[in-house]
Design a binder for this molecule. Structure first.
Ligand code: AMP
Ligand code: ZN
Length: 480
């Protein structure tokens, strides 16, 4: 079943939640600003990767996998790259290749589907030069002193995305005051390169592009003059996205670049944005491969689930506790799949629960979708293992979780995956169900013995009664 619920998305451009109508439902187009490959990605950077991966999966579900095109660029020419390569005494190519390789491993570990195209800026220089030439010809850009600048006052509605007061924008633009600028807010499309810097021949001399121009050129090449959705973190609204819009619209003469602009909120550390410049960052790579956080390495899927605690537009706090909780949840869900003998084949035909589809279509309301997953898991518990309904719920759980990029692992393999798990879930499940059987036959001595045994393993039990059948039930968790 595909998702028939109308998709509503919050559009930064209108500041409203709108019903999404693609320009062409047979060719739905999404562009997300990708990494500047000078250093490992941190888990703040993981947020847009995961958020827009969920959107991509939902669009594929709704319009068909062959009818969605997702482009995420790789910025491999940037002054930060030049500086870092010099610092490390390696070539720019060596730095960008190494960083990109780790980036691809990281995003794959987070269960993010590869975008349809991952264009590199350095492979689109000719396209960038072509856009600059159009802008000069249309009276929206001018060459001065080896530079080419976008003439901001030539665009009457510049600033419509960020809606920042003019004074603010001027103050922001003053950061790079330069004698060759006509207007204070004009920004660089092309700049000259020194001998030691990467550069390409152009009508304005040997030089390199401005960052904003890279995305205009790559989105145009792969998605066209107008497309459906453009995404990134909230910090990109101004100036990056504002300037992308200015360049693309003025070069091609349209009123829109992308119909919908979506922005994720920040991942924070003690109330502050996680960022390279503040030095408060944790890389995806070290979380996956070192034991620096919480004394162990974490699986990518755990990181992914931990990122799903808040709505994508809200800030989210980074904590090790969130990872621990996410891991516990995944262990429980995988245990249910094992107990019910459910796998991707069996789940493929399971209908998506309406409430789950509605939550996702409500501007990717992942917390609501999560609550639905928890409800399905509760109904699919192994204590119901003989019931058809419980198994059907387990299939629905897997099918729905897969749409969020979760539970894609082999349920049998999850447990064997390493020392990270505090308990052997299969063993615990076995003891818990033996104890449940003892309780049902009122063998309290045996039931108490098993309770003590489980307590020694660090497992806490919560006994209850099934509301409909009155049968004893037990829930367990690893004592924190
Ligand atoms: P950058 O490498 O800084 O250009 O960031 C790459 C992507 O990660 C952009 O979409 C940023 O908006 C996003 N981003 C950077 N830091 C954070 C953060 N702390 N929380 C959420 N998104 C972030
Ligand atoms: Zn961009």
């Amino acid at each position: 079943m595909s998702v028939s619920t109308p998709l509503k998305l919050y559009n930064t451009l209108s500041r409203e939640r709108e019903i999404f109508v693609p320009l062409d439902p047979d060719h739905v187009r999404l562009y997300v600003c990708g990494p500047t490959v000078y250093d490992f990605a941190h888990i703040g950077n993981a947020r847009p990767l995961i958020v827009f991966d969920v959107l991509y999966r939902l669009l594929r579900e709704k319009y068909g996998a062959d009818h969605v095109k997702y482009v995420r660029n790789i910025t491999d020419v940037d002054d930060k790259i030049n500086a870092r390569a010099a610092e490390r005494a390696i070539t720019i190519r060596e730095l960008t290749e190494e960083t990109n390789r780790v980036f691809q491993e990281d995003v794959a570990a987070l269960n993010c589907l590869p975008p349809d195209v991952q264009p590199r800026a350095t492979e689109h220089i000719a396209e960038m030069i072509a856009i600059i030439e159009k802008l000069i010809a249309n009276g929206h850009a001018y060459a001065a002193d080896g530079h080419v600048l976008f003439d901001v006052p030539s665009m009457p509605d510049y600033g419509a995305l960020s809606r920042r007061p003019l004074d603010d924008m001027i103050a922001g633009a003053r950061v790079d005051v330069a004698p060759y600028k006509k207007g204070e807010m004009d920004f660089v499309l092309w700049k000259p390169s020194k001998e030691s810097e990467p550069g390409w021949d152009s009508p304005w001399g040997r030089g390199r592009p401005g960052w904003h121009l890279e995305c205009s050129a790559m989105s145009h090449k792969h998605l066209g003059e107008m497309f459906d959705i453009h995404g990134g973190g909230i910090d990109l609204v101004f100036p990056h996205h504002e300037n992308e819009i200015a360049q693309t619209r003025c070069a091609f003469g349209h009123d829109v670049m992308a119909n919908v602009w979506m922005h994720n909120g920040f991942l924070q550390v003690e109330g502050e944005k996680m960022s390279k410049s503040l030095g408060n960052f944790v890389t995806i790579h070290e979380l996956l491969h070192s034991d620096k956080f919480g004394g162990k390495a974490w699986r990518g899927e755990v990181l992914r689930l931990a990122m799903m605690r808040s709505h994508y537009r809200q800030p989210i706090d980074w904590t090790v506790k969130a990872l621990e909780e996410a891991e516990k949840t995944l262990s429980r869900w995988y245990a249910i799949l094992r107990a019910q003998g459910v796998n991707s084949d069996t789940a493929f035909d399971a209908p998506l629960r309406q409430a789950f589809a509605e939550a996702l279509c409500d501007d990717l309301n992942i917390p609501r979708a999560m609550a639905e997953l928890h409800a399905m898991a509760a109904k699919a518990e192994p204590r119901e293992s003989d019931s058809q309904t419980a198994r059907a719920e387990a299939e629905k759980l897997l099918r729905a979780a897969n749409l969020l990029g979760l539970l894609e692992d082999d349920p049998a393999a999850w447990d064997q995956k390493g020392p990270e798990l505090a308990v052997d879930v299969a063993e615990v499940e076995k003891l818990v169900s033996e104890r449940l059987a003892a309780r049902k036959t009122r063998n309290f001595a045996e039931s108490d013995r098993l309770r003590d045994l489980l307590a020694d393993m660090g497992v806490k039990l919560k006994d209850g009664k099934d509301k409909t059948t009155g049968e004893p039930t037990t829930e367990w968790e690893v004592a924190g």
